[in-house]
Ligand binder design. Structure first.
Ligand SMILES: [Zn+2]
Length: 94
């Protein structure tokens, strides 16, 4: 399968080697592991794919993602405030 890195024995972070075929997507960094009931530290369960692999995301990635969303929201809020201020100033000038 292209676009995936297969974990070798001893490198499987979710099932710790209990299952085989664990792989990581090179695009998203998501880890696919057949052990959907694992409770690994540092990873959150994101669902199951069509082949019955559990999808796992590292909490670092999850935090980074929510951080991006938060930043984007703050940026929009800032733009809105600037826009509002400008409108007020224009009203005063008229
Ligand atoms: Zn695994």
């Amino acid at each position: 399968m292209s676009g995936f890195t297969l974990f070798r024995r001893g490198e499987r972070p979710i099932c710790l080697g209990a299952r085989i075929g664990c792989r990581q997507s090179n695009d998203t960094g998501l880890i696919f592991c057949r052990n959907t009931r694992a409770n690994p530290t540092g990873y959150v369960y994101r669902g199951e794919d069509v082949w019955g692999f559990g999808l796992w995301q590292s909490t670092e990635d999850a935090v980074a993602f929510s951080g991006q969303v938060k930043q984007e929201r703050e940026r929009r809020q800032q733009e809105f405030l600037i826009h509002q201020q400008r409108r007020k100033q224009q009203q005063i000038a008229q």
